[in-house]
Write a protein that binds this ligand. Structure first.
Ligand code: NI
Length: 267
């Protein structure tokens, strides 16, 4: 799979459940901007065939290399960032739920999902765009997961797809700061993630980020049920040069921890 095909497939699957991203993207291009992706993020479970260990080889085959690991102990997640040598290629942020740290009932449900994901999965990076290749969980199971881990509920319902795309604020010509971008996006009528403040991080940690709140769409559950749940959100990131003058390539765990809540159900 070619890198451009990979991101086109991801984008198509992403905007199908994130209509706000298409509107915001069009609003940027309407102002003459070329939208460059800073990174694309994925969520998964830590059991084969869905674990990071199973997914990573497909990223490496695309030319990505490991950049740095991250840990989110409160959310029981581990993650890794990947970078690509091609100019302008988006970074990839891949995370997984550490199921052994969760309740027995959650572990059982995750094990069932992974066991019912059969061998017909694509043996390429197309795996990242496959959606939910396991039978739909029931609405009750979704709610049970969500009570313990919003992240687990999101993966169970939506599967393998881009959790968010991220606009590179550095690459925008008409916006000086993440705050200006956030004001612009809020002005289009979209809600911004306020967890820990609208702007996460800043020049002091070499990365400044903000995100919308996820769209809410009807999604299929077992027994033909449909329920409106949070899908995906759009993120905005500005990177700063380090002491050597190199643009920071990593992520900031404290900021990402707050951005994870963009898919939290409306209270
Ligand atoms: Ni992100």
């Amino acid at each position: 799979m070619q890198l451009t095909d990979f991101f086109e497939s991801l984008w198509t699957g992403y905007v199908a459940v994130t209509p706000q991203a298409a509107v915001i993207h069009a609003a940027f291009t309407g102002r003459g901007e070329t939208v460059v992706n800073d990174h694309v993020a994925f969520r998964t479970f830590d059991q084969p065939p869905l674990s990071m260990a199973c997914l990573e080889p497909h990223l490496l085959a695309l030319g990505y290399r490991r950049h740095a690991p991250y840990e989110f102990p409160l959310k029981r997640l581990r993650a890794c960032a990947y970078v690509h040598p091609a100019e302008g290629a988006p970074r990839v942020f891949l995370s997984e739920l550490i199921s052994a740290e969760c309740s027995t009932s959650l572990q059982r449900l995750v094990a069932r999902i992974c066991a019912s994901t059969d061998a017909g999965l694509p043996a390429s990076a197309a795996l990242f765009c496959v959606g939910r290749p396991w039978p739909a969980v029931t609405w009750e199971e979704y709610l049970q997961l969500r009570a313990e881990s919003e992240y687990a509920a999101w993966v169970a319902a939506l599967g393998l797809r881009a959790n968010h795309f991220t606009v590179s604020v550095n690459a925008l010509r008409g916006f000086e700061s993440v705050r200006e971008v956030v004001d612009f996006v809020a002005g289009l009528g979209f809600r911004i993630n306020e967890d820990g403040g609208r702007i996460k991080g800043g020049p002091e940690v070499l990365l400044e980020q903000a995100a919308t709140l996820a769209d809410q769409l009807p999604i299929g559950f077992a027994a033909g049920e449909e329920h409106v749940i949070p899908t995906c959100y759009y993120e905005f990131a500005r990177r700063y040069p380090d002491a050597d003058g190199h643009l920071y390539q990593g992520f900031v765990a404290a900021s990402a921890d707050r951005i994870f809540t963009s898919t939290r159900a409306a209270g």
